[in-house]
Design a protein around this ligand. Structure first.
Ligand code: EPZ
Length: 419
């Protein structure tokens, strides 16, 4: 397993081009199952999670071709059972359930296991499928769906921790070919849900209201192929902006949608940084001392849970007391123990971390545990004295395209070592 050595102290400056969105590409690739015609999807990042999804689609019978960032998928004849050994590797595999049910009226996919950021139930997905007329059985660790017909209905996506992104995606994909109108209430409003709706509408679907909490889907007879480009990755962009905040130069993220970054730009401004935006870029630069923050995650347009760990890595150096609460994934604090090993002063009582910024971190061997916690450790290493050794770096490669190379191009000193 590779590991990464981060030599702390270098200043970062310059411009980095942000890749296409992982969390947009994954459901969009699955949605290509909804037509027999070829779909061409551009701006797909080179990530292991994308590789897993393409392998699952191939195992379902899709013809899959990939040429750098462009993927072509033709789902002429498909199977409806996704293999456990592939599905268990990635939670997002669950988003093949909706298109398989929508097109074939049946599906069999293993239940996603829990993961380090918390248990990952899909009760809201299954409630949505049942509302459309599917029989839902959980048997032998698999979810089995069957419907003689799918009929439009009103579905509510709210759970104890707010709405669900992939749950909203799954119900949209199950509803686009159903008979009649489906109303989704308390739908997720993330830009990635809007991107999926735009992709499906480019295939002939009739979805309105995407980006709000109330979606309307008018079922159509069939969908046709399309050629579509996914949106830029707002979480990669946010992660790079925090790298700029931590390592102190003037850093620009290019090829982004600034309107998707408002909930990240706000806290960085409140923490004392200067940020300016143009049509497709955002630039961060230092503007005095880093100030402590009180942050609370919530579904879009709130502060994203996927940026919580990265902000903790910034706040460990902000003199004063910061309070970070994760309302979406209350257990998502695997980064705290590792940051503490580097000298951070953090008191954790889930779902809240109280950080006493002390300005100093020292490099240490640390363990990556999940995608965003691993990114936080990398960011912490940028500001630490000495070398930070991050093991199990495959976690980072799941969601960041060549992040070590991108940071080195900005002035970091990061080595990837074959372990
Ligand atoms: C998506 O996961 C993202 N993944 C996650 O990003 C992101 O953290 C999450 O949305 C929240 O924004 C992809 O898009 C591939 P949820 P998803 O269903 O859809 C509870 C990353 O780092 N819930 O919105 O699986 C759930 O336990 C990943 O890129 C239920 O209770 O998340 C959580 O507390 C990590 N029942 C909350 O809702 C359900 O049926 C939000 O989960 C579904 C979810």
């Amino acid at each position: 397993m590779d590991k990464i050595l981060v030599h702390g102290g270098g200043k970062l400056s310059g411009t980095v081009r942000i890749s296409g969105s992982k969390n947009s590409a994954l459901p969009i690739l699955a949605a290509a199952l909804l037509t027999k015609e070829r779909c061409v999807i551009r701006g797909v990042p080179d990530l292991s999670d994308i590789h897993y999804m393409l392998t699952i689609l191939s195992s379902l019978g899709c013809e899959v071709e990939r040429a750098s960032g462009t993927v072509s998928i033709k789902a002429e004849k498909i199977r409806t059972e996704a293999p456990y050994e592939l599905v268990r590797k990635m939670r997002a595999s669950v988003c093949v359930l909706g298109p398989l049910l929508g097109r074939e009226h049946e599906a069999c996919v293993s239940l996603p296991g829990g993961c380090v950021i918390g248990d990952r139930p899909i009760d809201l997905h299954l409630r949505g499928f049942a509302a459309l007329g599917a029989a839902v059985r959980v048997q032998g660790g698999n979810v089995k769906l069957f419907a003689s017909a799918l009929r439009g209905n009103t579905v509510n996506m709210r759970g104890t921790h707010g709405t669900t992104v992939l749950g909203t995606d799954n119900v949209i994909m199950a509803a686009v070919l159903a008979d009649g109108i489906t109303e989704i209430r308390d739908a997720a409003e993330e830009p990635e849900v809007v991107d999926l709706a735009n992709f499906l509408n480019s295939m002939g679907a009739k979805i309105t209201g995407a980006g709000t909490s109330h979606l309307t889907i008018e079922g159509v007879k069939e969908l046709h192929g399309t050629d579509y480009t996914v949106i830029p990755d707002r979480i990669e962009a946010g992660t790079m902006l925090v790298a700029g905040a931590i390592a102190g130069g003037k850093l620009t993220v290019d090829h982004v949608r600034p309107d998707h970054l408002a909930a990240i730009i706000g806290p960085l401004r409140d923490s004392g940084f200067h940020l300016e935006t143009s049509a497709r870029s955002v630039t961060i630069s230092p503007n005095g001392a880093t100030k402590p923050l009180h942050l609370e995650t919530s579904p879009y347009p709130g502060f994203p849970t996927d940026m919580q760990a990265q902000m903790c890595a910034l706040l460990v150096r902000a003199p004063g007391v910061s309070v970070v609460t994760d309302r979406v994934f209350p257990q998502r604090f695997m980064h705290v123990a590792e940051l503490t090993r580097m000298g951070a002063q953090i008191k954790l009582s889930q779902p809240t971390a109280v950080i006493t910024g002390n300005g100093h971190l020292s490099g240490a061997p640390v363990m990556a545990s999940d995608l965003r916690a691993s990114a936080a450790l990398l960011l912490a290493g940028l500001q630490a004295e000495g070398v930070t050794e991050i093991n199990r770096v495959y976690h980072i490669d799941r969601g960041y395209e060549h992040i070590d190379e991108k940071l080195n191009d900005l002035g970091a000193h990061i080595e990837r070592v074959q372990a």
